[in-house]
Design a protein around this ligand. Structure first.
Ligand code: Q9C
Ligand code: ZN
Length: 342
């Protein structure tokens, strides 16, 4: 399986993440992908290529133009206003306020376009987010050209980003861009299966009313886990999309038995629906030692999960999402890919 990877991810490395009332080194850090690259090479998966330049057309189709313009110019504007630090959202529209009036002040705009203040923007964030999307697009191109599967080693990740909001370490929803491009290239029905520990709120939002893209997510229950305000089982889609949004929220301490039962249920429904292409939001933060998550998967369980996904025999693009137990991130990620190929 070919991997697409860009060095430009390094351009995004905020100094700080707001966590537990302190500024800490971000959990989502550049070394995560080094562990994945090393493990790929160690296991002989050394077909690793740089992506082609990003294609903005499908990104513009899917996402809000004002949001894209904001991401592109936010840092410049922030500096121009004399802000000393990294961009961190301090004021977001809340209950009882206007949700749809965009401030002109950069601090206000940041709040408008952000849903979670742990995620900082720095000088290189936009370039890195584009390189991440480029990896996803090149992986899609490789599969569209006939490969069974491809792995986009995306960083920053994408599944928490909506059409007009960043947060949860995500800026551009790479998996959503791939799903849209599968559609544009003629796939009638595209399934996105999100196995990251966190609910893929951005992906859910983007396809909630659509009948051509099914979204399934296995995640920590929103009562207990970020993103807190989305990811309940009764969110099933709307209009012609009704029935095509499948959430599997699970409680703290969930192990592989219950998790794999949810995975099999999702796989059964994707198969019954008749998907002809598959996008995997590949987070490995369901791992037992993940520092910000609470499932109990072992490294071997990721191999088994990959095997179950592979049995669908669909053209598949894997997009890297989360996973913060950095020394195990490489092993767990590559285990999914190896299980898939078995
Ligand atoms: N104190 C992804 O896995 N909350 N994003 C962090 C740390 C945000 C996770 C809490 C978690 C975002 C792609
Ligand atoms: Zn996650």
């Amino acid at each position: 399986m070919r991997t697409f990877y860009s060095e430009d991810h390094r351009l995004h490395f905020p100094q700080a993440e707001l966590s537990g009332g302190e500024f800490v080194t971000p959990f989502e850090r550049p070394s995560r992908v080094e562990y994945v690259l090393n493990r790929l090479r160690e296991r002989g998966l050394s077909d690793i290529m740089a992506p082609r330049p990003v294609d903005m057309a499908p990104i513009r189709t899917l996402l809000d133009p004002g949001y894209l313009c904001f991401l592109e110019t936010a840092w410049e504007e922030w500096k121009r206003e004399g802000m000393a630090g990294e961009i961190i959202a301090a004021n977001v529209p809340a209950r009882g306020m206007h949700l749809d009036r965009i401030p002109t002040n950069i601090d206000g705009k940041v709040g408008y376009y952000c849903h979670a203040s742990e995620t900082a923007i720095t000088s290189g964030t936009w370039a890195a987010a584009l390189s991440s999307a480029a990896c996803a697009q090149s992986a899609l191109g490789h599969v569209a050209a006939g490969a069974d599967a491809a792995f986009a080693l995306c960083r920053p990740p994408g599944h928490h980003a909506t059409a007009d909001q960043y947060g949860g370490y995500c800026f551009i929803n790479n998996a959503a861009v791939v799903a849209q491009m599968f559609r544009d290239k003629g796939a009638a029905r595209v399934a996105i299966l999100d196995i990251d520990f966190h609910h893929g709120n951005g992906t859910q939002n983007l396809f909630y009313d659509r009948d051509d893209v099914l979204f399934a997510s296995l995640h920590g229950a929103p009562q207990e886990a970020y993103p807190y305000f989305l990811g309940y089982a009764d969110e099933t889609g709307i209009g012609k999309g009704d029935g095509l949004n499948l959430n599997y929220p699970m409680t703290a301490g969930t192990g592989y038995g219950a998790w794999a039962a949810a995975l099999d249920d999702a796989i059964g429904k994707i198969t019954a629906w008749g998907a002809d292409a598959l996008v995997i939001s590949l987070g490995v933060d369901a791992y037992k030692d993940d520092p910000i998550s609470f499932f109990k998967l072992d490294s071997d369980d990721f191999t088994n999960a990959g095997r179950r996904i592979g049995r669908m025999k669909l053209p598949t693009v894997f997009c890297m999402e989360g996973g913060y137990a950095i020394e195990a991130v490489g092993i767990n990620t590559v285990n999914v890919l190896e299980g898939f190929k078995d």
